[in-house]
Design a protein around this ligand. Structure first.
Ligand code: ADP
Ligand code: MG
Length: 253
């Protein structure tokens, strides 16, 4: 069965796109069939996958708004497939408002497609209609977090949104896990926030911690995941470990 994972946090710069791209590559490298859906008009997941976002004619926008078939917007890369996005997608946030069944557009497109083991949704940094579409389509949510002062506060808004979606639209949605990203072990506050996180969400915080690692930040400018750019880097190793943790969890269910 296909598992659809929304990678979401309305805060920008916490490692959503980095996680979406590197987890896709890691799962793909481990033999899983993966589709990465870029749902951010910034198109960073698209360019980090080696695609030229401004040359693309068929994108997530066409899937959500123009009635394009899922098959026709998929692009293949070495380890995973991609539904790309670019600036066009910004208009979808408003255009969806007038659409019937507006929150279920993505779900209707993705649930017809069962050739994948995992579909990863890279969400934009907001809780608008595109994110609502992602949370409606998803089986669970992976939340990347930077362990900083306001991190827990932002988490409450996201958790409340997920609860609302669970009640009204998608009864099966769960929190898949909280991932500590861009982690700096030398910072005392980081450790404190991390401990609080584990206390508030027991059993939901991944064992894997993604360290702050320069190779992760360099990889996108080469159009690659860190895993393809430098498999031996600490960042790449962390995402390979996360893939194992996710696959293992699946095995227990
Ligand atoms: P989001 O999608 O949540 O906005 P990104 O994944 O784009 O966040 O990450 C924001 C910035 O931080 C990017 O420049 C990215 O390369 C960098 N970054 C992400 N994770 C790490 C990490 N573990 N170590 C160093 N830099 C990182
Ligand atoms: Mg992003």
């Amino acid at each position: 069965m296909t598992k659809i994972l929304a990678i979401s946090n309305q805060k920008g710069g916490v490692g959503k796109t980095t996680t979406a791209v590197n987890l896709s590559a890691a799962l793909g490298m481990k033999g899983k069939k993966v589709l990465l859906v870029d749902l951010d008009p910034q198109g960073n997941a698209t360019s980090s996958s080696g695609l030229e976002k401004n040359k693309l004619t068929d994108t997530a926008y066409d899937l959500l708004i123009n009635g394009s078939e899922t098959k026709s917007v998929i692009v293949k890369t070495k380890f995973y497939d991609v539904i790309p996005a670019n600036q066009n997608l910004a208009a979808a946030e408003l255009e969806l408002v007038g659409v019937k069944n507006r929150e279920a557009q993505l779900k209707n497109k993705l649930h017809q497609n069962n050739q994948y083991d995992y579909i990863l949704l890279d969400c934009p940094p907001s809780l608008g209609l595109i994110t609502i579409n992602a949370l409606t389509a998803a089986h669970s949510v992976l939340i990347p977090m930077q362990c900083e002062y306001f991190a827990l506060e932002g988490l409450t808004d996201l958790v409340n949104t997920i609860k609302k979606i669970k009640k009204q639209i998608n009864t099966e949605i769960q929190i898949e896990g909280l991932l500590r990203t861009i982690y700096d072990r030398r910072n005392k506050l980081t450790k404190e926030v991390s401990d609080q996180l584990s206390a508030y969400f027991p059993n939901k915080v991944y064992k894997t911690i993604v360290p702050r690692n320069v190779r992760i930040a360099e990889a996108p400018s080469h159009g690659k995941s860190a895993i393809q750019f430098d498999k031996r880097s600490k960042g790449a190793k962390a995402y390979l470990e996360l893939a194992d943790e996710i696959i293992e969890k699946e095995g227990r269910v």
